[in-house]
Ligand binder design. Structure first.
Ligand SMILES: CCCCCCCCCCCCCC(=O)SCCNC(=O)CCNC(=O)[C@H](O)C(C)(C)COP(=O)(O)OP(=O)(O)OC[C@H]1O[C@@H](n2cnc3c(N)ncnc32)[C@H](O)[C@@H]1OP(=O)(O)O
Length: 218
């Protein structure tokens, strides 16, 4: 817990942070924050999480890995910034904009008509019996549904509700097609639908409401 508290206190927004309310006022897209190796760093962490999910280390190896991780965490402690200036979530040249908490996806097409992305659920997204955890499927829909709403509205939107219907099993380590689009909008309300396919097979569907934020809205 000590580590978590220290980390929070060193990532508070600075007075000059360029944001209003709950989201960035103007969504900042970058390709340079974090440098040319940032994507590979995130990818190596994902690979590590894949291995942690399936590893059964000896006590000695677990202790060794803990010591290595403490050293890595100490290295990153020297570089922590607030959420508005972190590369994570802004790097449009990287899968999921460099956001390690999202299932990695690549947008093939995105605009006011909707978003078409390829997503891969990794080994660490395992729910059970070799397939993806439903919560991770919902996370992918949330981010790409929010993107469809934002691209249509031209400003950020926040999820008011999100329903996922799980139609068939969602495989791991398989390129899947996730599509989202605003099928209806009314004032600040964007009713967004989405589908997730493995080839021709429908894995899941989404029905969600994203509300455009007013300037300065928390
Ligand atoms: C290339 C780069 C592009 C960049 C893309 C970036 C992508 C990033 C994507 C990231 C995505 C990640 C996204 C995330 O994960 S966002 C995180 C998860 N969501 C939240 O935490 C939201 C918490 N809730 C709120 O903040 C407020 O309640 C919101 C903002 C949603 C609405 O509070 P607000 O005060 O603003 O609005 P209002 O209450 O006057 O309501 C307005 C209208 O809406 C209707 N209503 C409200 N709620 C519901 C409901 N549940 N069902 C049905 N209807 C509902 C309401 O009746 C009214 O209708 P009407 O009377 O006008 O007809």
């Amino acid at each position: 817990m000590t580590g978590a508290t220290e980390q929070q206190s060193s990532t508070e927004a600075s007075e000059t942070s360029p944001h209003q309310g709950g989201f960035r006022a103007d969504f900042e897209v970058t390709t340079e924050r974090g440098g040319p190796s940032y994507g590979e760093m995130v990818e190596q962490v994902r690979t590590f999480m894949d291995k942690v999910r399936y590893a059964s280390p000896t006590p000695e190896l677990a202790d060794e890995v803990i010591e290595d991780l403490k050293k890595l965490n100490a290295k990153l402690d020297t570089t922590l910034v607030d959420e508005w200036t972190s590369p994570s979530g802004t790097r449009i040249d990287l899968p999921s904009r460099g956001n390690i908490t999202l299932p990695p996806y690549e947008v093939r097409n995105g605009g006011p008509e909707g978003v078409d992305a390829e997503v891969i659920f990794r080994r660490f997204h395992l729910g059970g019996n070799g397939v993806a955890h439903g919560g991770h499927v919902a996370v992918a829909f949330d981010d790409l549904g929010g993107m469809a709403a934002a691209l249509r509205a031209g400003r950020p939107a926040r999820t008011a509700y999100l329903t996922v219907n799980y139609r068939s099993l969602t495989p791991l380590e398989t390129p899947l097609v996730l599509r989202t689009w605003v099928h209806e909008h009314d004032g600040r309300k964007n009713f967004v639908r989405g589908t997730l396919h493995d080839g021709d097979r429908l894995c899941a569907e989404m029905d969600a409401l994203f509300i455009e934020l007013r300037p300065g809205q928390a």
